[in-house]
Every structure is written in C-alpha cells, then in structure tokens.
Design a protein around this ligand. Structure first.
Ligand SMILES: Cc1cc2nc3c(=O)[nH]c(=O)nc-3n(C[C@H](O)[C@H](O)[C@H](O)COP(=O)(O)O)c2cc1C
Length: 232
C-alpha cells in the first residue's frame, strides 16, 4: 500500500479553499488504496531555520537541532512515498508553509551534484519519498498566476532528486461556492479532483484532461476583474 503525507499550508486550514480541493484529492488517493496522513502547517508549532552552518548535514547528520513539531513530521515524511504540498497562492507562499519547506534540509544528503547546470541534492537513504505533488488554489483568474508556486514545488522535487508528479491547480477557487454552498461547477470540479487523486495512485500519473477540467475557467476574465474592482 502506498503512503502519502499532505501538508496544507493555508492559514484558514479546514475552512479554506485549499482544504476544499485537497479533501477530494485525498479521498481519491484513498479510494485507490493509499494511506494518507494530513497535517496543517498552521497547527504545527514550527520555528524558522536559524542555522547557517548546515548543522543537520555536518554536526548531527539527518537531525535538526531545533526541537519542535517538526519532530512529528520528520518520521511521517521519511516513511511516505508521496509528499503532497497543498497551498494557496500567497505571493508566493504562506509563511508557515515556507518555514516547513526550509526545515526539510535534514532529509537531504550532504552531497551536491551538478545536473543540467544546476546544483542538486537528494533525499537521504531511509527517506522513502519518490514523488512530490502540488495541490494549490488561487483567487485570480489565470493559471499562469500559479507560476511561482509551481516552480517552488518543481524545484523542491529536483533538489531532492524525486519526480514531480504534477499539479492540481484551481484558480478563482472561491467561485466554487455561493452562499457557503458548493455550486454545480464546484461539484463537477471536485469530482475531477477526486479522479486526479485516484489516477495518481492507480495509474502513477494524473491525466492531462483531468487536470485541465480542474483548472477550467468558471467565469470570464473580465467578469472576475469587475467583481474584484467593484470597490474602486
Ligand atoms: C496574502 C494573500 C495573498 C494572495 N495572493 C494571491 C496571488 O498572488 N494570486 C492569487 O491567485 N491569489 C492570491 N490570493 C488569494 C488566495 O490564494 C485564494 O483565495 C486561495 O484560494 C485561498 O486559499 P485558502 O482559503 O485555502 O487559504 C492571496 C490571498 C492572500 C490572503
């Protein structure tokens, strides 16, 4: 059975749009037989990395000198095959999510290689993660708006020498609900999200058509801009 760890970086946690999209994704993965553990970055007490000497590489290999809730997360991450980074776009990331990403250094080997002109590392022996997947929601209209967050997830996978398994991206996610209830479009999108989670585990890949159905526009760009700019 595959095992996955998801970290939801939204400060709005269960009430947020990211949670709304992440829940069916996890459900789809579980339908396909995966065991998924979910953490909220804002619920964990994680201090920022303050070490400039790579203590976790040289002084105490594989171990962070800061003792906080990362101690709960490290063993979970070490034992997971799939790491799901779930986050809203926050120009670019919420601080709590960024802190956790910075604290992943103990999971990496102190062995840098140059690949295609870039310095890359790899996960230590004993870290089972073989792929990283991104689940992200944004408020603006276009999918290009996820560019920086997408790049961060791709860079993280490349730095750890694991596969980037793709991204579930939902722009103007708030429009999936009206008056606190899912719209028909919202329901349809979440069905596709569940399918994506299922495909990832069952087929090892999320299909392009599924990802496109998840990210499709729910409104025209002009109309959305008009809604945002109504206060002007
Ligand atoms: C500080 C902040 C910055 C944001 N920056 C962006 C942005 O650059 N692009 C975007 O599409 N949405 C942006 N948004 C909107 C959120 O990404 C969007 O509403 C998201 O779905 C919120 O997810 P959540 O409810 O899980 O927190 C921003 C929201 C906040 C509060």
């Amino acid at each position: 059975m595959s095992k996955a760890v998801a970290i939801n970086g939204s400060p709005r946690m269960e009430k947020g749009n990211t949670a709304m999209v992440l829940a069916p994704f996890i459900q789809g993965m579980m339908d396909a037989g995966s065991d998924v553990e979910l953490f909220y970055a804002s619920r964990l007490k994680v201090k920022p990395c303050t070490c400039s000497e790579m203590y976790c590489w040289y002084k105490s290999p594989g171990e962070c000198y800061i003792k906080d809730d990362m101690e709960l997360l490290y063993p979970q991450l070490r034992g997971a095959d799939i790491f799901i980074l779930a986050t809203p776009v926050y120009i670019p990331l919420p601080g709590e999510m960024q802190k956790i990403i910075n604290r992943l250094c103990p999971l990496l080997e102190p062995l840098l290689e140059t690949r295609q002109g870039r310095t890359r590392g790899r996960f230590r022996k004993g870290v089972e993660v073989r792929e990283i997947v991104l689940v992200s929601t944004g408020g603006w209209w276009e999918i290009g708006n996820f560019g920086t967050v997408l790049r961060i997830a791709q860079e993280l996978a490349a730095d750890a020498s694991v596969e980037f398994a793709g991204a579930v991206l939902r722009p103007h996610a708030f429009l999936m609900k009206k008056g606190g209830k899912l719209t028909k479009d919202g329901e349809d999108v979440l069905k596709e999200v569940r399918r994506a989670g299922y495909e990832l585990v069952k087929e090892g890949v999320m299909r392009k058509e599924t990802l496109e159905a998840i990210s499709r526009p729910l409104i025209s760009e002009d109309e959305l801009r008009h809604r945002y700019n109504r206060a002007l």
